[in-house]
Design a protein around this ligand. Sequence first.
Ligand code: FMN
Length: 264
Amino acid sequence: MPLRHSNRRVLGVALSVCVACSALVTTATVLLRPVQQANRLLEKQRHVLAVAGLLEPGKSVEELSRRLDVRLVDLASGGFVELERPERFDERRAARNPALSIALPPERDIAGIKRRAKYARVYLVRNGAGDIETIVLPVHGSGLWSQLYGFLALEADANTVVGLSFYEYAETPGLGGELDNPEWKALWPGKQVYDEEGRPAIRLVRGPVKAWDPQARHQVDALSGATLTTRGIENLLRFWLGPDGFGPFLARIRDGEEDGPHDS
Ligand SMILES: Cc1cc2nc3c(=O)[nH]c(=O)nc-3n(C[C@H](O)[C@H](O)[C@H](O)COP(=O)(O)O)c2cc1C
């Protein structure tokens, strides 16, 4: 009898501990969610500022982010869209929602992403007069082992590269992971992503790129020993610069809608 009594007690105590712990974890998750979201946003903004060359020692990300004009673009038309709560738009979640995304047939899906959201966030850096100085575009696509997420920054001509940087990937360190090597990233500024006809022209070639080659302005050294990651990077860039990506938006900028395109 005493044994059964003590068993019930042990069970009761264990159950109470479980309930208390799960309540604690749930409360912490709910309370910390806004903090985590804010930190994620700050981290993303830090990457945007870094690829645009705007990070300055001694200045906070919040302060520097005031130079960013964050807009949503309708990728099909290339025009800006106004959503009620634009800050709540989540590209990755939207890409899984059939109402907010399109399925890409295999022949057009060169980035290996299957679906893409109808809208995408762009970050415009403006000068004091309000003119666009730099355009930062989110890009993503399949590498060898992982989806590669990054930002491509272009000058106001919507053609010349300011920088390319990946902030999320799981390629092999020393091979595909060299996509984050500062020396490789330094090869990008000044490259031109479109040819004279406005077609995506950027290529990753077995290096080093020959300076005398007329195509050199469109070429960057491949990552050595990482042909498959390299191909993924080239393909995702060509996708996001093409007609299913930011092509229509960038064409509008190049056509002189300097303030950025507007849909009526
Ligand atoms: C353990 C392991 C990890 C690898 N990781 C990568 C990688 O992250 N990216 C990549 O392109 N190739 C990676 N490779 C190499 C590919 O399998 C392939 O050999 C390589 O892309 C060919 O590149 P190369 O023609 O420049 O030598 C890896 C190979 C091994 C054995």
